[in-house]
Write a protein that binds this ligand. Structure first.
Ligand code: NAD
Ligand code: MG
Length: 389
């Protein structure tokens, strides 16, 4: 869009989640820059209806078919089309009614609609990291074919993306992903074995959806982000590294081949990377709280404890071997987190479940998209079979 007075038309897939809600706050604060054309929710019909009445999108999608009538009748009299079901997500993603998709569905469920959007030439603001973990090669290849920009929303990847602006011809030596360490930083297995869901859901720095909050507590989130970084920035596995930085002020860093390091900093607030991705390439003024260097503050860095948080080792193995292994790791992890959130398995069992599933499933070096879908399904079935009834 060359004419800056034209609004960017946004489709928010996963509008009732933590990222989706914060994106709507950003859009609400910048009504001349954006319009909302699509909102989708899995099951929270009440919030979806509220959002629709406020933002007046062209289309809403409710995942749960049983809630279609409620949503439809609440929005009757509005010029808003209502769709329901999983297939509708893909159909709407393929429609020519928006410019940019904010991919903010959680987990594997975000992959298909995002692929549809890319296939139809839509720019992607990508929060859903699982999309790249599951099928990064296919997603990136498709984006190249369709000349579709993928702008990261994940704070670490937004940081790296921002550090790389103006550096297109310069070689990256390595990328350093910062990790807060989560609520159990410094804890050992004898403590973790007794951790329950409510404790694991308390993150020190960020308020996020349940799945990513648990992933942050187990460090699987950082493992998924290693794989996400590899695909987004075309890196070799050895070029990505994790450092624990409990204050979450530096969001990540890039070291170039001359040893110079660029970091992107700010207070931990997801609205910043969300706004950056939606507005890219423009930065937009806002009144979010600012980091103040005059306040007493210490920024610290340490090695992750991978003997305790073994998920990071499993993810590194998946990163190194590639093929369908990251897809298998992700599927088993989704089952593990789901079971932990329902108090079906313990905190440390999550890692065992992922490890055993990775050992069990046949390795495929260059999977097709169909084979990724099959690996996902088989890994889920196997992981679920390990959970005692
Ligand atoms: P969330 O659980 O708060 O929200 C998820 C959204 O996806 C909801 O709108 C829900 O209705 C929808 N959804 C869930 N399951 C679905 C399904 N099967 N089909 C269709 N829609 C479904 O999650 P979140 O914290 O907003 O995270 C969303 C994505 O962004 C995740 O991939 C996460 O890793 C990533 N991310 C989140 C944060 C954060 O601060 N929350 C930061 C970085 C990356
Ligand atoms: Mg992150």
């Amino acid at each position: 869009m060359s004419n800056t007075s034209v609004k960017k038309r946004i489709a928010i897939f996963g509008s009732t989640g933590s990222i989706g809600k914060q994106a709507l706050e950003v859009i609400d604060a910048n009504p001349s820059a954006f319009s909302v054309e699509v909102l989708t929710a899995h099951s929270n019909d009440e919030l979806l209806i509220k959002q629709a009445l406020h933002f007046k999108p062209d289309i809403v999608v409710i995942g749960d078919d049983k809630k279609y009538t409620q949503v439809k009748s609440a929005l009757s009299g509005q010029p808003i089309k209502v769709f329901a079901g999983e297939k509708a997500l893909e159909e709407v993603a393929a429609m020519d009614i928006y410019d940019m998709m904010l991919a903010a569905i959680v987990g594997f469920a975000g992959l298909r609609p995002t692929l549809k959007a890319i296939g139809n030439g839509k720019a992607i603001a990508l929060a859903n990291k699982e999309t790249l973990v599951v099928a990064g090669d296919i997603v990136i290849q498709k984006a190249l074919e369709h000349k579709v920009p993928i702008i990261p929303v994940d704070s670490e990847h937004s940081a790296i993306f921002q550090c790389l602006i103006g550096e297109t011809r310069n070689r990256i030596e390595k990328v350093v992903l910062t990790a807060s360490g989560g609520p159990f930083l410094g804890k050992k297995p004898n403590f973790l074995v007794n951790v329950k869901r409510d404790h694991a859901l308390q993150h020190p720095n960020w308020s996020m959806g349940a799945k990513i909050t648990i992933d942050s507590a187990t460090l699987m989130n950082k493992g998924l982000e290693l794989i996400e970084a590899k695909w987004l920035f075309g890196l070799q596995p050895g070029q990505v590294q994790v450092v624990i930085h409990p204050q979450s002020i530096i969001h990540s860093m890039v070291m170039f081949e001359d040893g110079s390091i660029k970091a992107q900093m700010g207070l931990p607030d997801m609205k910043l990377p969300i706004q950056y991705a939606l507005g890219f390439p423009r930065r937009m003024a806002n009144n979010f709280p600012r980091y103040d260097f005059r306040k007493p503050n210490t920024l610290t860095f340490e090695e992750p404890d991978t003997r305790t948080f073994r998920n990071l080792l499993l993810a590194t193995e998946a990163l190194n071997k590639g093929g369908n292994l990251p897809c298998v790791l992700n599927a088993a992890n989704e089952i593990a987190v789901f079971a932990f959130l329902r108090n079906r398995i313990g905190f440390l069992d999550m890692t065992d479940l992922v490890e055993r599933t990775m050992q069990e499933l046949p390795f495929i070096e260059r999977p097709t998209l169909e084979e990724y879908f099959e690996s996902d399904g088989e890994a889920r079935n196997f992981a679920a079979s390990l959970i005692k009834l």
